[in-house]
Design a binder for this molecule. Structure first.
Ligand code: KG4
Ligand code: ZN
Length: 345
């Protein structure tokens, strides 16, 4: 059994940079310790449009990137001259947004003569539960974000077996769309969680997507059903109850399938990552179901759930310790398969 905490790490300071969507973030890591993780969120900017406007996101990253890097260095109490390597998200994500981070990384790499590596954003989410925590391989990971919903068997770093995935909307995307349909704010996940408050039941019943047995998900019917419900009840719709029903529909299907996939694939630990992993209802359900099935449940610490550069530095530290680096031709990609370069454990 191998534990990530015992893995070879880059011997030096790694600067992580994340700009794939609407968070500008920089982090400093030394060996396996996160020294800083500064995040400048653009949520307030995009709220007015009810979703992310890619051009506005890229411009905001341009404005914030140097400030974020300086802040991460300051909080880590080191100088830029002490940075030994850079890890930067280059895929998948919004092209304009990714370009800002990658250009900053290339510029620093060139001027300081230090190596850099492009990081897959989803691999960074997958390995984020392992920052400051120990976990054995293989394990299963439920990754739930605004763009992805996957159940993965993590055999090794770089050896990812997809057991289940959404066939339409991602869980976070579904929550964002549902929140909009009932007049709640953006981003929808936290807005729904807040609106559902302390409720434990609701008069409304909403569909759960695909019928089992399957490890896949379908969330697109949920928003349609919610719209029909909202139209039927008009101003008499009880918004907290509707929010609770949405949250319940999403979190129950996620936890049931993740635990089933974990059991059936012979793993005895399950990790949870991505923005939706911050949801308390989901965490509570998984804690209960894992307990009942003798599975160790290891959610990512809250601060590493939504997009952040610490998770990028984390993958950089593992991969660069194994000799990987990129050259100045590194490109950015809107879509990308998970990496297949395995790291020796
Ligand atoms: O991982 P992330 O920060 O960005 C992507 O890579 O997509 O995930 C963002 C998603 C959004 O859809 C947001 O509504 C959701 O995560 N989210 C939540 C919570 N916090 C963020 N969903 C449910 N409950 C939360 N507390
Ligand atoms: Zn993300």
């Amino acid at each position: 059994m191998t534990f990530l905490k015992l893995m070879k790490r880059f011997e030096g300071y790694v600067l992580g940079i994340e700009t794939s969507c609407d968070e500008t973030s920089a982090s400093v890591m030394f060996h396996d310790k996160i020294l800083s993780n500064f995040i400048a969120s653009q949520t307030n900017l995009h709220k007015q449009w009810g979703g992310i406007v890619p051009e506005a996101a890229a411009r905001k990253h341009t404005e914030a990137i140097t400030l974020c890097i300086n802040e991460a260095l300051l909080q880590a109490d080191i100088q830029i001259s002490q940075i030994n390597a850079i890890a930067v998200t280059n895929r998948p994500g919004l092209i304009g947004s990714l370009s800002v981070g990658v250009t900053a990384a290339k510029t620093l790499s060139m001027s300081k003569q230090i190596p850099f590596l492009g990081i897959h954003h989803i691999e960074a989410h997958i390995l984020s539960p392992l920052i400051n925590q120990s976990v054995s391989f293989p394990h299963c990971c439920l990754i739930v974000s605004g763009g992805h919903t996957l159940i993965i068997k993590v055999n090794k770093v770089g050896n990812y077996q997809i057991l289940g995935r959404t066939i339409d909307d991602a869980a976070g995307e579904a929550l964002d769309k549902c929140a909009r349909a009932i007049g709640l704010g953006y981003p929808g996940g936290p807005a729904i969680e807040q609106a559902a408050g302390g409720l434990t039941s609701s008069p409304y019943s909403l569909p759960r997507g695909l019928k089992g047995p399957t490890y896949d998900f379908s969330f697109s019917g949920l928003k349609t059903a919610l719209r029909v419900l909202a139209e039927k009840h008009g101003k008499h719709l009880d918004v907290p109850s509707a929010a609770w029903s949405v949250e319940e529909a999403v979190t129950s299907v996620l936890s049931e399938r993740a635990v089933a996939a974990c059991k059936d694939s012979g793993c005895n630990s399950l990790t949870l990552a991505g923005g939706v992993a911050a949801n308390k209802n989901l965490r509570n359900k998984l804690t209960k179901e894992c307990d009942a099935n003798n599975i160790q449940f290891i959610p990512a610490p809250n601060e590493f759930c939504t997009d952040n550069a610490a998770m990028i530095a984390n993958v950089g530290s593992i991969r660069m310790a194994n000799g990987q680096s990129d050259n100045l031709n590194l490109d950015v990609f809107a879509r990308a398969e998970l990496p297949t370069e395995e790291v020796d454990l």
